[in-house]
Ligand binder design. Structure first.
Ligand SMILES: [Zn+2]
Length: 124
């Protein structure tokens, strides 16, 4: 059974408990890596400067504490493989639905494709 590295676990620990529960379930079936949970102002500024985020501090869901967003990449890591990201996203969505957790995938954003990004949908 796959499991998270210490580094992945440290990132996931900064996230909302629902995201923690969801990806602790996902990792039992699909090997993946947690790239990022909470982002500090410095980290958010850097993410915006390098086009990994479009949201200026503190408007990103990654800037909340605990983080309401998490970035996850399935193995093998290939940023150009949108099919693999899409397959992984379908698995994650299935898990989330089964657990009653409402999440939104960054691959479904209309303004830009953010394949590793997941966020909690609150209230709506
Ligand atoms: Zn993200």
């Amino acid at each position: 059974m796959p499991s998270f590295s210490q580094r992945s676990r440290d990132h996931l620990d900064t996230c909302d408990l629902r995201l923690q529960k969801l990806f602790n379930k996902v990792i039992e079936h699909r090997d993946c890596q947690i790239l990022c949970g909470h982002r500090t102002k410095e980290e958010q500024d850097d993410a915006v400067a390098t086009y990994r985020s479009h949201a200026p501090w503190p408007t990103s869901n990654h800037n909340k504490s605990p983080s309401m967003a998490v970035d996850v990449m399935p193995y093998p890591v290939d940023w150009t493989d949108k099919v693999a990201l899409k397959n992984f996203s379908e698995f994650v969505k299935g898990c989330a639905a089964g657990m009653g957790i409402s999440v939104r995938w960054g691959g479904d954003f209309h303004n830009f494709f953010d394949g590793p990004h997941w966020e909690i949908v609150d209230g709506d």
